[in-house]
Design a protein around this ligand. Structure first.
Ligand code: COA
Length: 270
């Protein structure tokens, strides 16, 4: 694991009694977010397609934090599975306050050779999946009780990153959805925000997108001079769901060390 902060930024009990549902919470950034939510008082449900990965991650996080984490298999592309995951969450915990839309799919591929199905698959996971989960959250609980939705976006579409037409297009839709839902659901007491991580260490995405010595090349182009850490994305998430952010909705918080402004979108694949 990358180095983490020497001290906690947030009071360790500030989310006591809350319940979170995190899609894609079995691995990577969203596992880190889940663990941070648990460490600050939440109980949580994590979802993904892989039951074995989920079960292991949920058990490990429960053990590490002393807070209950359940793994509930669900494919965000399937509304019935998503609704069932919310039903299971409500059955187990009686409420759901925080929804993290983290499930995503990605690989490097030129648009010219990307199959129609490959483009559709990533759009379905990232964009439609975010809608399916948000809508089910609203219908099943948030619409009547309020709460927080945090969408995990990206910066790929800010400059048209090559080989990333599929996730960039999907994340652009996620950013738009963040604003639309914030506007429509503000009156229900729901804040909808997004986080756009830059290059983050120890993630499946970066292992695939910046292998080997590509990483050093990329780091030289980042204003803060390094890749980010999962705990830095988790802390941004804690901020957005906290009472320090009660007047923030519809925003995309970029957490990338300044990378998107200076990093050549061509460098990693030269
Ligand atoms: N390059 C080009 N096309 C690819 C590809 C790659 N590396 N990986 C998958 N595809 C295509 C498949 O060929 C298929 O298209 P086809 O039917 O025209 O052949 C389409 O994408 C769907 O792939 P499939 O594996 O059937 O879908 P899936 O739902 O099981 O997998 C993915 C979803 C594609 C996102 C898969 O890469 C995945 O599960 N990744 C793990 C999660 C992940 O990406 N994490 C990183 C998050 S940043």
């Amino acid at each position: 694991m990358p180095e983490t902060r020497p001290h906690a930024v947030f009071r360790p009990d500030f989310l006591d009694g809350r319940v979170a549902l995190v899609t894609g919470g079995g691995t990577g950034i969203c596992r880190g977010i889940t663990e941070a939510l648990l460490r600050h008082g939440c109980r949580a449900v994590i979802t993904s397609r892989k039951a074995d990965v989920l079960a292991r991650a949920a058990a490990e996080m429960t053990e590490a934090t002393g807070r209950t984490c359940l793994g509930v298999p669900a494919d965000v592309r399937k509304p019935d599975e998503v609704e069932a995951a919310f039903d299971r969450t409500l059955e187990a915990f009686g409420r759901v306050d925080i929804v993290i839309n983290g499930a995503a799919g990605n690989f490097l591929a030129p648009a010219a050779t990307l199959s129609y199905n490959a483009f559709r698959t990533v759009m379905e996971i990232d964009a439609l999946g975010t809608f399916n989960v948000s809508k089910a959250a609203f219908t099943k609980y948030l619409g009547a009780h309020g709460g927080n939705i945090v969408n995990i976006s990206a910066t790929l579409h800010y400059k048209g990153t090559p080989l990333q037409t599929h996730p960039g297009s999907a994340k652009a839709a996620v950013d738009a959805m963040t604003r639309h839902l914030a506007v429509e659901w503000g009156a229900a007491g729901i804040r909808v925000n997004a986080i756009a991580p830059g290059p983050i260490d120890e993630t499946e995405g970066m292992k695939r997108l910046a292998p080997g010595d590509v990483k050093q090349k990329v780091e030289r182009q980042i204003p803060l001079g390094r890749f980010g850490r999962i705990d830095e994305i988790a802390d941004a998430t804690l901020f957005l769901v906290s009472d320090a952010a009660t007047y923030i909705t519809g925003t995309v918080l970029v957490v990338d060390g300044g990378a998107w402004m200076t990093m050549s979108s061509l460098v990693p694949w030269e």
